[in-house]
Design a protein around this ligand. Structure first.
Ligand code: KG4
Ligand code: ZN
Length: 338
């Protein structure tokens, strides 16, 4: 294709080393994701020091693989995109240093991308028409945010978690039940065999009209339930516990996102982030959206969890607006949404 823009993107904000080459913000030529899960498993969560070191080992082979799979040369690349935050600073620095060096060596623009914005743009990689304004629920291990997107580059967080992120709570509850890490897929598997109606866990709706979330009360309720049963020597069904817990998380996520979409009069919702890989959440959101006449876009799981293709896609639209970065771009644990 003539005049197409190929962007090399790097994502190292947490425990996935990822590199992708995407043409014109929509054609994924490659999207390599190297997960470090096996190294963090025994600790029941991501160990920042291990994450940084593994990114150092992985970054060159992962980028090489991205070029090989895309059938591209270095000279084909028009810009380099990199996640600069939010995330683990030591982990981000590996991708950021690599991205800066690559952009400098190739003499092409460097585009710093906000990780949350990257997640939202996974919705643009599905091939579906995205109409502005739309609402996005970004729900992962680090974030649970409802974001109103008016146009490219124009984002407003209208609700977010006041304590734990939804994915974090999936991981903590899984750990309390002796399940593996990451906990989300493990809980989902167990929940399929359980009855969600057997146990009633609390839902934190917060003040009337609030789009914020709070999951720490639910987490404590599940941990107390497990602890009390153990103390009394009562048998607990992990399947029912998983199902009831999952239902409590899903109900609040769906209800608040749909309400936000209706009240802000948007017609489309984009559901993204690691927890969006959850089939119950996908199904319930789809059902509620359909009932209200809203269009729901949910990317396939590989584009929901951390990956560099979403970063390349977000960068493509930033590049069109001339929003490039200089070589002083820094890694930041917390970074404004823009
Ligand atoms: O987006 P992601 O890959 O990384 C972050 O930016 O956090 O999300 C990872 C999170 C983990 O907490 C994991 O347990 C959760 O997403 N997750 C799930 C499922 N798959 C991954 N949670 C619920 N159900 C799933 N199927
Ligand atoms: Zn993420």
């Amino acid at each position: 294709m003539l005049n197409e823009k190929k962007i090399l993107a790097i994502e190292t904000s947490c425990d996935e080393t990822s590199a992708a080459i995407v043409a014109d913000g929509k054609y994924i030529l490659s999207n390599i994701v190297s997960s470090q899960v096996q190294y963090h498993k025994e600790f029941g969560g991501v160990v920042p020091e291990i994450a940084s070191r593994k990114h150092m080992e992985n970054i060159v082979p992962v980028v090489r693989k991205a070029f090989l799979e895309a059938g591209c040369d270095l000279s084909d690349i028009d810009a380099v995109a990199v996640t600069h935050g939010p995330g683990l600073v030591g982990a981000l620095l590996v991708g950021l240093s690599f991205g800066k060096a690559a952009a400098y060596a190739l003499g092409v623009p460097l585009i710093g991308v906000n990780h949350l914005v990257g997640h939202i743009y996974a919705g643009f990689l599905t091939g579906e028409e995205v109409e502005f304004p739309f609402m996005s629920l970004v729900v992962s291990g680090g974030h649970t945010s409802i974001i109103y997107i008016k146009d490219h580059g124009d984002y407003k967080i209208i609700g977010q978690t006041r304590d734990d992120a939804a994915g974090e709570v999936f991981d903590k509850v899984a750990r309390a039940m002796g399940l593996g890490y990451p906990g989300g897929p493990e809980i989902e598997k167990l929940a399929r065999k359980g009855n969600a109606q057997k146990i009633k866990f609390p839902r934190a709706w917060l003040e009337e009209g609030s789009y914020d979330f709070s999951f720490s009360g639910l987490k404590s309720a599940v941990l107390n339930y497990l602890h009390n049963a153990k103390r009394r020597n009562e048998e607990v069904s992990f399947e029912d516990t998983a199902a009831a817990f999952q239902e409590a998380v899903v109900e609040v996520l769906v209800e608040k996102t749909i309400r936000a979409a209706l009240e802000r009069k948007v017609s489309t919702i984009i559901l993204v982030g690691g927890v969006a890989a959850n089939k119950k959440l996908r199904a319930e959101m789809a059902l509620s959206a359909e009932k209200r006449g809203l269009k729901l876009i949910v990317p396939p799981p590989i584009l929901c969890t951390d990956n560099a293709a979403m970063i390349a896609c977000a960068a493509y639209y930033q590049l069109q607006k001339g929003r490039c970065s200089d070589l002083f771009l820094n890694a930041e644990a917390d970074v404004e949404l823009k």
